[in-house]
Design a protein around this ligand. Structure first.
Ligand code: BGC
Length: 743
């Protein structure tokens, strides 16, 4: 690590301030509020109530008489979900709802590329509009607090800055198509265990520093037209009807005037829902909708004021106007389109950039195709189709290129590709009936298990035999949507289906085997990671995922993905488990506070398998000549960091340069360092470029509960330019003279 000279320029006449800057979401597209009032005045109470609850699984009520259509919604984060019947959870079974299956949000985060997030949004929005939707229930941006959260694959990262920086362009991309994004799930939906009831306790500092920023950015900078409340409770209130979250924070403090939608069945009380900042109650039990008949009755009896309802109607109408859904403007609304070739190209390009080369000893990868005679591909995930699973993120994909298909497409017919499944994935029903008290069923299960054991052994033997006689072996395993799924968390970090044993047996007979993990969140690789020469990480990667993986394995694409989350060696090391609580029913307390992910590991010096921000390339990059330019005035500070990055290897490639800030003498305990900026740079072999990354004062702030505001302390801050959170290449110290407070 070299200490570089930093230019520190402090504007003269700097004045210290104790004013608190409060900024509101006041810049969302202005609409004709008079028009809203005029429509409102024509609506009957019954019509108003119809507009604020689900009258179908995925649509609110409209008012035909006044030309107000329903708001039509659809999941989800990886493409537009299949059509359902209007009021029952039954697939419509049509053939016109196949769509482009997009890479998961974890994959988007692994690109560290704002443009890719924007491209993802553009495609998602165009397809949603093309399918006639008004609201796409995406993106999911909850923090990856523990590797075990079943929905981690739908989420982006453990780091709020990375989440914010990618959610914003993603949302903007969606909304360019006259479709609303619905950023979800506000807030702290970080576990699936007891998700409908669990009460979450997070100290305010952690809430403000870790769990709020992604949502705040989605509304302030992304201008998300809608937002979804979470299922879980926070401080005793269900998030989808929480006065604290939806009224105090969202409406009063942040000034949000878009539409707040409940999670499906997330409302539990008419008065709370009516009086909170919630606008539309969604769900699937139409005979038990709190914001339908019970609300009507409560208003008629004078227990709830009609003004509560009018507020919601204004928010709904405002969103409709912003989407050009009403009156004459409707004819100018973009029509969207789905399944376009360019959508598949975008999916491929995002997928390629998301793949992470975790380990590459002896330059084991890329595989040199010219030298190959035959190749063995082993592992269930090589041919698995993932699009149709995972819960509400499921996709009826137009097609899905599996890794095996991608490899075969790449290699052509002159080369023998031998495939062995390797590990046995039992059919669903065999696994979930263990608590059955019925003895005869038990016997059946034992018999089933015995059969499974035999199948497993057979696949294992075949795979090891194949690996032993093959020059080139690629193992493709990991998880699937039995584990990465909505509605339940993983029981542990272990690889299922006996994969550890299988991988070790394969490495015994073929130590050069390349290991590919397909999963949505960290898995325990301790049994074999030190032995394997090459390890590749692949999040669920969309319609062209197999082609993208083959491109990386065979060197058509130089990998440039970096981990958006830490990979601990053991679950016990993870702060949510070691210090806090995770996966409990009734109540969970996030005792680790702000020390989530690398904020904890890098402060404690925990031994990790792979750290946050890690990802190798087939080329190398050098960093040099860092400078920082500090500008301060009465209420603001801005630090521009510039540095040179050079591709010193022989292959073109891309590097995600990461900027961390380390506060040198904080008055309160702070993480070792925090990500505050990044930029991905594409460099031809030998090319050098000067990058410039600007940090605003918020990069130096922390939430101080005593002033109930963010505070920047004057003093010294180390700026770190890094290739990963544990590969800091350049450091330098700046001095901030001002002291700032903001919300
Ligand atoms: C999920 C949401 C989803 C909704 C509608 C809920 O169970 O939590 O993410 O958008 O269902 O399918």
């Amino acid at each position: 690590m070299r200490i570089l000279h930093l230019i520190i320029r402090i504007i003269e006449g700097l004045v210290r301030t104790i004013d608190i800057n409060i900024r509101k979401v006041d810049h969302m597209k202005a609409v004709d509020e008079g028009r809203i009032e005029s429509i409102l005045s024509k609506l009957t109470l019954e019509e108003k109530v119809a507009m604020i609850h689900g009258e179908g699984l995925f649509q609110s009520g409209g008012v035909k008489r006044l030309g107000i259509p329903p708001l039509v919604m659809s999941d989800g984060p990886m493409g537009v979900r299949k059509e359902f019947e209007l009021k029952v959870w039954k697939a419509a079974g049509t053939t016109d709802d196949y769509v482009t299956y997009l890479p998961s949000n974890s994959a988007v985060a692994a690109t560290w590329n704002r443009q890719k997030a924007y491209d993802m949004g553009r495609v998602l929005g165009a397809e949603a509009r093309g399918r006639g939707k008004d609201v796409i229930l995406a993106p999911g941006i909850n923090i990856k607090r523990s590797p075990l959260c079943g929905r981690n694959f739908e989420y982006m990262s453990e780091d709020p800055l990375l989440v914010s920086e990618l959610a914003v362009p993603l949302i903007r991309g969606i909304q360019e198509n006259d479709v609303a994004a619905c950023v979800k799930h506000f807030v702290a939906n970080n576990q699936e265990t007891d998700r409908l009831q669990v009460d979450t306790y997070i100290d305010e500092q952690a809430l403000r520093e870790i769990y709020f920023p992604g949502f705040k950015a989605a509304l302030y900078k992304g201008e998300s037209l809608t937002i979804m409340g979470a299922y879980n409770k926070l401080y005793g209130e269900h998030c989808s009807q929480s006065r604290y979250l939806l009224t105090k924070i969202l409406r009063d403090e942040w000034g949000y005037d878009g539409t707040v939608i409940s999670d499906w069945g997330g409302v539990h009380d008419t008065t709370e829902a009516a009086e909170s900042g919630l606008d539309i109650e969604m769900g699937s039990a139409f005979d038990n909708t709190y914001m339908a008949e019970p609300l009507l009755k409560a208003v008629r009896e004078g227990r709830i004021s009609e003004e509560c309802i009018d507020r919601k109607i204004r928010n709904v109408l405002r969103t409709m106007l912003r989407l050009k859904m009403l009156g004459e403007e409707a004819k100018d609304r973009k029509p969207g389109a789905y399944n376009l070739p360019e959508h598949r190209e975008a999916a491929l390009s995002i997928a390629r950039e998301s793949i992470i080369l975790l380990k590459n000893e002896d330059a084991r990868l890329p595989i040199k195709r010219e030298k190959l005679k035959s190749i063995a591909v082993i592992g269930y995930n090589a041919q698995a189709q993932h699009a149709g699973g995972g819960g509400s993120a499921e996709i009826k994909a137009l097609y899905e290129i599996s890794p095996l298909l991608g490899i075969k497409v790449k290699l052509g017919g002159s080369l023998q590709v031998n495939y062995a499944k390797g590990y046995y994935v039992p059919p669903k029903k065999a696994r979930h009936n263990q608590d059955d008290p019925n003895a005869s069923e038990k016997e059946l299960e034992i018999k089933q298990q015995e059969e499974d054991r035999k199948k497993k052994e057979k696949l294992y033997m075949e795979a090891v035999e194949l690996a032993g006689r093959s020059d080139e072996v690629i193992f493709i395993g990991g998880l699937n949507h039995e584990y990465d799924t909505e509605g339940r968390d993983r029981p542990d970090m272990k690889l299922p289906y006996g994969q550890d044993e299988l991988i070790n047996a394969i490495l015994d007979v073929n130590p050069n085997t390349v290991i590919v993990m397909v999963a949505g969140s960290a898995v325990d690789m301790e049994a074999w990671a030190d032995r394997a020469k090459a390890i590749v990480w692949n999040y669920y990667n969309g319609i062209e995922g197999g082609n993208a993986l083959a491109d990386v394995l065979f060197g058509v694409v130089n990998p440039s993905g970096k981990l958006p989350e830490s990979f601990p060696k053991a679950l016990e090391d993870c702060p949510a488990h070691k210090i806090g609580e995770f996966g409990k029913t009734n109540k969970v307390t996030y005792k680790e506070g702000i020390f989530v992910g690398y904020r904890y590991y890098n402060t404690e010096g925990t031994d990790l398998r792979y750290c946050f921000g890690h990802g190798l390339s087939y080329t190398q990059f050098s960093y040099s000549n860092m400078k920082a330019d500090v500008r301060e005035d009465k209420d603001d500070a801005e630090v521009t960091i510039s540095l040179n990055v050079k591709n010193t290897g022989s292959m073109d490639g891309a590097e995600a340069v990461q900027i961390y800030v380390h506060s040198l003498r904080p008055s309160t305990k702070r993480p070792e360092h925090e990500l505050k900026g990044f930029e991905k740079v594409y460099l031809k072999a030998g090319e050098e470029r000067r990058l410039s990354i600007t940090l605003d004062k918020e990069a130096f702030g922390y939430y101080d509960t005593s002033c109930k505001c963010f505070r920047v302390e004057p003093g010294e801050y180390e700026i770190q330019a890094a290739s990963s959170s544990r590969d800091v290449r350049l450091t330098g110290v700046i001095n901030l003279a001002g002291s700032y407070r903001y919300i």
